[in-house]
Design a protein around this ligand. Sequence first.
Ligand code: PSU
Ligand code: MN
Length: 313
Amino acid sequence: MPSSLEPVIHPDVLEALHAGRGVVALESTILAHGLPRGDNRRVAAQIEGAVLEAGAVPATIAVLDGVIHVGLTSVELDRLCGEDDVLKLSSRDVGVAIARGRTGATTVASTAVLAHRAGIAVFATGGLGGVHRGASETFDVSADLGVIARTPVLVVCAGVKSILDVAGTLEVLETLSVPVLGYRTSRFPGFYLSDSGHEAPWQVDSAAEAAAVAHARRVLGTDSAGVVLANPLPEGRQVDPGLHARLVAEGLALLAREGVHGKDVTPRLLEFFHESSGGESLRANVELVLANAALAGEVAVELAALEGGEHAP
Ligand code: PSU
Ligand code: MN
């Protein structure tokens, strides 16, 4: 199937980039593979709404029929949230999907790469991929980490998915020279939990402070790694830690029983959580994604102000 190699950039996104206004890239795997059908389309609109409300322009990224799209129309979001054979595309898969004319959602890794190429410096997700438990045996370490280590975007997340080896993930981020900032906390958030039990290496207390970090790194050019801005759910909104511990234990046992591995691990676990938590994991997941989109919007606006003029036409 023939396909264009040029990304299609939504006119609103293009205009904002040219005017030097804040733009936030949004990943689409969370929509196609992380949230249940029926909820995902509504949440997609809410995520974009949260970015807009913060004064920035949302750019959800996906590959449709072999073409990269940066910023989706309403009909394109319908497709991504409703079609059956939407692939999960990590960074390594994007070229293959394009060459083969396929449709797929982008993970943190591929979204970061495509956002950076489009000139977008800030993006929002739910939780970062990372080092899986038992990775010393399975070698399952998300490509998200390697890509963030070489792609200068600021990623707003609620920490890493709590099914992961959080301590191991923080160690790898340190090795890869990726700065990790807690947003208004000295603790590293645990996705469904406000606190993963680990310290955040740095704390920032405002979107402006986070933007200043990204700006300083870009101007100094000391290294090309991204920045992780970790935004916790308020304690009163986290999943009950007892329920959470039970879900993680049962979910990991289920994966072992079903022999799930590779890129199917995260979608299967999230599906299990959503089915088994009486709606709690979904509630928390949606809340944290919306909070991250709003914060990313604020950071994008602050960063655009700091870099004002440099991107002006
Ligand atoms: N966080 C969520 N839901 C998700 C993911 C993260 O709340 O669906 C996705 C992201 O797209 C992330 C990916 O990049 O899981 C990581 O997958 P893997 O561990 O296979 O690299
Ligand atoms: Mn993996």
